[in-house]
Design a protein around this ligand. Structure first.
Ligand SMILES: [Zn+2]
Length: 276
């Protein structure tokens, strides 16, 4: 599932291809097909004729800010991709939204597994949009500090690997980067969040920044169970150190990587030697 680095990559790649262009047609394949049902008529009316002013990212979501104070919020879900393609290029049944852009291209949202979401919002106060109102700070912002994280972890019995995926604590992390951040920080993801030391919390915050910046530099991660592609149809170049490497040797110490199953069936991956 695309997380912050994948959404950031798509955002950066699509900006030069879309900003300044006007949406001249809106083609919605099946308004009820996605997880968030949309009012098709309102959606078409709200988008058509508007120029794309800029692109933003919040957590794992990509936001097209349009002239006239409208925002198209795209959440990629499990398998969503966004690409700008020539209008004459054939599409398939998984392309749910096609926005015809001035000049002949189409911005296409494709999502075979249909866990993605599209929403059209009024205003440009992104923080106030319902999907983001409960979100914590961006992990690469100045607001994500060790003292902030310490305050949010205090007294919590939940596993630190799980708390890092809580969007209200910090926005944009999922299972790939929660595992990678814990490994980089040398902290076992199964530790009770409230029992971490000040030093460990400092390491987690520093590791978060490092891992995310590296992953953005590598255009994200395409894990074994993922179909993530960037806006040019390429796989991400980031190579996880622990995620989905169960029983393979740790890149630091050679010990086999372990997987601990969570109650919801997801696994956390970690090194028994390098993480305490
Ligand atoms: Zn190790």
């Amino acid at each position: 599932m695309p997380e912050l680095p994948e959404a950031e990559t798509i955002c950066r790649q699509l900006s030069p291809l879309t900003v300044g262009r006007r949406i001249i047609s809106v083609s919605l394949r099946e308004p009820r097909i996605l997880r968030c049902p949309i009012d098709a008529a309102k959606f078409r009316r709200g988008l058509k004729g508007r120029r794309i002013s800029r692109l933003l990212r919040r957590g794992k979501a990509i936001i097209f800010v349009l002239e006239g104070a409208r925002c198209l919020v795209v959440r990629l879900g499990m398998s969503g991709t966004l690409k700008v393609e020539p209008a004459e290029l054939t599409t398939d049944k998984h392309v749910h939204l096609r926005l015809g852009l001035e000049g002949g291209d189409e911005l296409r949202f494709r999502d075979p597994r249909k866990f993605g979401c599209l929403a059209l919002r009024t205003g440009t106060e992104v923080e106030a949009f319902p999907e983001f109102s409960h979100y914590g700070p961006e992990p690469l912002s100045a607001a994500f500090t060790p003292s902030y994280l310490a305050q949010r972890l205090k007294g919590r019995r939940a596993k630190v690997g799980v708390v890092l995926m809580d969007q209200s604590v910090v926005a944009g992390l999922g299972k790939i980067y929660a595992d990678e951040i814990c490994f980089r920080a040398g902290v076992r993801p199964g530790r009770a969040a409230g029992r971490l030391t000040k030093k460990e919390i400092e390491k987690l915050v520093a590791a978060t920044r490092e891992v995310l910046e590296e992953a953005i530099g590598d255009r994200g991660t395409t894990a074994e169970d993922s179909v993530y592609q960037d806006a040019y149809g390429l796989s991400g170049g980031f190579r996880p150190a622990v995620y989905q490497r169960t029983d393979q040797p740790c890149i630091r110490c050679g010990q086999p990587i372990r997987r601990t199953r969570l109650t919801d069936g997801r696994g956390m991956h970690w090194c028994p030697e390098c993480q305490k």
